[in-house]
Design a protein around this ligand. Structure first.
Ligand SMILES: Cc1ncsc1CCOP(=O)(O)O
Ligand SMILES: C=C1C=NC(C)=NC1=N
Ligand SMILES: [Mg+2]
Length: 214
């Protein structure tokens, strides 16, 4: 699990400057290690369109042995036979969902020690902690927690794989790794750029450097 979380690209059609299939294809070439289909927000696809795009993105991931995770939508995750699902605190009872999805990857958003402890207890495979920094991508985030939140979780013996998320880019990812995260999850640092391949390549290089000089 930990090695997949290094550069975890999260995206939906709403976030992309160009064709989402092209964006993901380039991001995979650039070196992302895991992908989450998060079709959400104003103008997001629904129903058949959402399913069809999901299938295209999933096949890109399968061809490249990249775990394909669906955000929030359990029915879609099961219909696509995705590798896993990511849910927020408001997306339902984690232990119920664990029974529903069996051995698939279960990611849970956590904003503090109590949510992280709960997620571990109910069988999450990793937690997404944030927002690390200001973000314009998700409008209803909690207040900025910062990398120190990850450091605090590790100091309280939270051993589960952790990915930081929220406003992360090449310039500010090192403190997230140094705080004890196994990787970073991000949207606009790849999806909003003309050259997603170059963006992903620069990011994974900086992430690997951060681990080497930890
Ligand atoms: C999904 C999510 N959860 C917390 S912040 C966020 C948005 C991250 O987007 P960006 O990487 O563009 O800041
Ligand atoms: C809200 C989120 C937090 N963390 C991750 C990895 N994905 C999300 N959608
Ligand atoms: Mg959610």
């Amino acid at each position: 699990m930990k090695k997949h979380l290094k550069l975890y690209f999260v995206m939906g059609s709403v976030n992309c400057l160009k064709n989402p299939v092209e964006v993901l294809s380039e991001a995979i070439d650039g070196g992302i290690t895991m992908f989450q289909y998060r079709e959400k927000g104003k103008g997001a696809l629904e129903g058949e369109d959402k399913l069809q795009l999901g299938k295209k993105l999933q096949s890109l991931c399968n061809q490249n042995n990249i775990p394909f995770i669906v955000n929030d939508d359990i029915n879609l995750a099961l219909e696509l036979d995705a590798d896993g699902i990511h849910i927020g605190q408001e997306d339902g009872d984690v232990s119920k969902i664990r029974k529903f999805i069996g051995r698939k990857i279960l990611g849970v958003s956590a904003h503090d020690l109590s949510e992280a402890t709960e997620a571990v207890k109910t069988g999450a495979n990793y937690i997404g902690v944030g927002p690390m920094y200001e973000t314009k991508t998700k409008l209803d985030t909690n207040e900025v927690a910062g990398p120190d939140m990850i450091r605090q979780l590790r100091q309280n013996n939270i051993e589960i794989p952790i990915v930081g998320i929220g406003g992360i880019n090449q310039q500010n990812l090192k403190p997230v790794i140094n705080a004890g995260a196994d990787g970073v999850a991000l949207i606009s640092a790849i999806s909003s750029l003309k050259q997603p391949r170059e963006a992903a390549s620069n990011l994974i290089e900086s992430i690997n450097d951060s681990f080497v000089n930890e």
